[in-house]
Design a protein around this ligand. Structure first.
Ligand SMILES: Cc1cc2nc3c(=O)[nH]c(=O)nc-3n(C[C@H](O)[C@H](O)[C@H](O)COP(=O)(O)O)c2cc1C
Ligand code: SF4
Length: 672
């Protein structure tokens, strides 16, 4: 296939100071949960992106000196010759495919608590460091001079590692952004107060970085177009203009991270356009910006209208490392579009390697030898029966199909997609349907997959089918008896006509009057249900054992917006409470710390606590002489969609391998 010529513009080379990007596809800096500890894992992942057509591939935030670390969040580093060597591995991989490699030099200031080194953080002022009960040290002039020298030395190391683009990072509330911001920067010396003073450090750092990189590398500046509180756009524009002689590429964003990397539940494609559109004209330099771009039309439009020169992407490049190649080849329908769930970000925040809901191979390129587009054909083609067409079953089926097996996919209901069919109908979650839709399209392309809908299977049916290899992906069902984190055993009084299970509540069961949603699961579902029921007119109380609304969504950058949304809808929010019983007049709430009890009215009750694996068939099949019987996804262990997709993929890759053929590499320091 070939693309329409109108998309050619996206594939034009573009000059960035002394270097030239081969096209306009630009992977902006994004962390990976791998940091400096996993250089081979990291290099392989970045290389796959270059192979997939990204013209520029950047690192994540990369600490310039040991006096600024971000553990427990893994970060890259360019502290010494060892780091240069490790980073060079990534650069070589990226260069192998003709792409440019960039590095984002980072110093955290008051945002880094230095939990690794126990060094005192240096910052604009002595203020509390992020997430810790200790403060940083106000930089004096000698500290500022030392910091500048560290930055310059790191830029030299970046050049030595072979990077083509070196970032000065003045965004996301890190040190250089702290100096720029009139609210945060309360200094009274020549680095605070007036505009010129607040700009001074950034200008000095840019000048010295330029001295270090000379005309070997392009200078990129990541910066917000206004101050942290949203004001000061004119002042910022003047700053951007004045810095233009030093900068080869502006990577621009806004201070609201919840929009910049907004979850699809609240933020749709290209949300930054209005805020950043002026930068190109103001600076006269190439501009890159982000916006969870997955639509080739949006990309084309942004470039043609002169909003940006390069299409910046973090999540779209994670969900589909081959997105540019697919546009290049006119294979638009094959683009595995990011669903905006921010699970990629959540794992970095948890200090573990990145993963992605849509792309099960993300982070597994080196350690499992998985490639997002190339899959080793099976040595011997077998007939495989996949039972259940939710995220795990669909992924298993298409992966088996791509390996050349003859696949029979049986689904008990009419619609394929499993839990996605319900969850994507929750408020804001429509884009989650992409998990299903992409797989259905792939399914259609594979002639060796036969799909049987409305085909609930029994053990007798499986025996009759005569297929010796079975992958079960029968999913899970939300419990309505209260079992979960708070109650190990069923709560007797939940057995009540007012109680509705999650599926029927989502599907429009009559829930009117005073409705209580009990969230003991702590991820998105309880809050999304509360939102849905409030929209349908119920007076909703959202009670959770968490100390925050939808507590785990802190990691997906959704938590505050979810709280705000429920508040706006008039949902009554009760934190740190469990629901130990329903009583005739309502429900009892018990504070999980103080034990204090109160009664509230309750005409309808939806417990969101935990799920029961649907594994009856698994037990029934034990008696059959099957060569392969494995479970995938929620029927084995209910979890997030990313886990189900991953497990379906894995079972399909591995079911016919001997244990010694299964690769799982680990990076760790070795004593020599
Ligand atoms: C997993 C993840 C890690 C990120 N880490 C960084 C980082 O290290 N430095 C940075 O400047 N931005 C980081 N970002 C923000 C991205 O560069 C980008 O601005 C944001 O994700 C919006 O772009 P997108 O819509 O294409 O994802 C990260 C984003 C993600 C998803
Ligand atoms: S994890 Fe979700 S948000 Fe992140 S890239 Fe994958 S699909 Fe997109």
């Amino acid at each position: 296939m070939s693309r329409e010529p109108r998309f050619d513009i996206l594939f034009e080379p573009i000059k960035l100071g002394p270097v030239t990007a081969p096209n306009r596809f630009y992977q902006v800096p994004h962390c990976t949960g791998m940091g400096y500890q996993m250089p081979q894992t990291l290099a392989a992942m970045r290389e796959v992106k270059a192979q997939g057509g990204w013209g520029v591939v950047n690192t994540e935030y990369c600490s310039i000196h040991a006096s600024s670390d971000d553990l427990p969040a893994p970060f890259a580093s360019l502290w010494d010759a060892g780091d240069v060597k490790n980073m060079a591995r990534m650069v070589e991989g990226v260069h192998r495919h003709g792409a440019l490699a960039g590095v984002e030099l980072w110093y955290g200031g008051m945002r880094s608590a230095n939990q690794h080194s126990r060094e005192i953080s240096l910052a604009t002022d002595s203020m509390p460091t992020a997430g810790s009960p200790w403060q940083c040290q106000r930089m004096d002039k000698a500290d500022i001079k030392t910091y500048r020298a560290w930055h310059k030395a790191a830029a030299l190391r970046a050049r030595e590692a072979g990077f083509d683009i070196v970032y000065t990072y003045a965004a996301h509330t890190y040190l250089l952004a702290q100096f720029l911001d009139p609210v945060v920067n309360t200094r009274t010396d020549e680095y605070g107060g007036s505009i010129e003073n607040r700009w001074r450090l950034l200008r000095e750092v840019l000048e010295e970085t330029r001295e270090a990189i000379g005309d070997h590398c392009a200078m990129a500046l990541r910066i917000e177009v206004c101050d942290e509180d949203g004001s000061g756009t004119d002042e910022r524009s003047a700053l951007l203009k004045s810095l233009a002689p030093l900068v080869d590429l502006y990577d621009v964003t806004i201070p609201d991270y919840g929009i910049e990397m907004g979850p699809s539940r609240f933020v749709k494609e290209a949300p930054l356009e209005g805020a950043i559109a002026h930068v190109r004209a103001v600076t006269g330099k190439p501009v890159v910006s982000v916006g969870r771009f997955t639509s080739p039309e949006t990309m084309l439009s942004q470039v043609k209208r002169g909003i940006v020169d390069l299409i910046g992407a973090a999540r779209p490049s994670i969900a589909d490392p081959f997105l540019p190649a697919k546009i290049r080849d006119g294979r638009f329908e094959d683009i595995r579009e990011c669903i905006g769930c921010n699970i990629c970000y959540a794992n970095d925040g948890n200090g573990v390697p990145i993963r992605c809901t849509q792309n099960p191979t993300m982070g597994e390129e080196w350690r499992r030898d998985w490639h997002p587009e190339i899959i080793t054909p099976a040595a011997e083609h077998k007939s495989v029966l996949v039972i259940g067409a939710g995220p795990a079953g669909l992924e298993a089926a298409i992966t088996l199909g791509k390996r050349g097996h003859e696949v029979t996919l049986a689904e008990k209901s009419r619609d394929l997609g499993g839990r996605i069919n319900l969850e994507a109908r929750l408020p804001g979650l429509g884009e989650w349907g992409r998990v299903r839709d992409w797989r259905l399209l792939q399914l259609d392309k594979l002639a060796n997959i036969q799909v049987f809908r409305e085909s609930a299977m029994t053990a007798a049916d499986v025996a009759e089918a005569g297929i010796d290899h079975v992958i079960l992906a029968t999913g899970s069902a939300w419990r309505s008896n209260g079992r979960g984190r708070s109650f190990a055993r069923p709560v007797p009084t939940y057995d009540d006509p007012r109680t509705r299970d999650v599926a029927s509540a989502m599907d429009g069961a009559t829930l009117t009057g005073e409705v209580l949603v009990f969230d003991d699961d702590l991820y998105y579902l309880g809050s999304a249900l509360a939102e849905l029921l409030a929209q349908r007119g119920a007076r909703v109380t959202y009670a959770t054992t968490g100390s925050l609304v939808a507590e785990w969504t802190q990691y997906t950058v959704e938590q505050q917006r979810i709280h705000r949304r429920l508040h706006e809808l008039g949902v009554r929010i009760m934190l740190n409470v469990a629901v130990p019983e329903l009583i005739p007049s309502g429900a009892v709430l018990e504070h999980i710390i103080t034990g204090e009890r109160q009664e509230i009215a309750c005409d309808g009750f939806v417990p969101v606590t935990s799920r029961e694996p649907v594994d009856g068939l698994w037990h029934d099949l034990q008696s059959l002489p099957l060569e392969t019987l494995v479970r995938a996804g929620d029927c084995k262990a209910p979890g997030i969609i990313a886990q189900a997709v991953y497990d379906g993929h894995r079972q399909a890759r591995e079911f016919d391998l001997a244990p010694e053929e299964i690769i799982f590499r680990r990076e760790r320091p070795m004593v020599s």
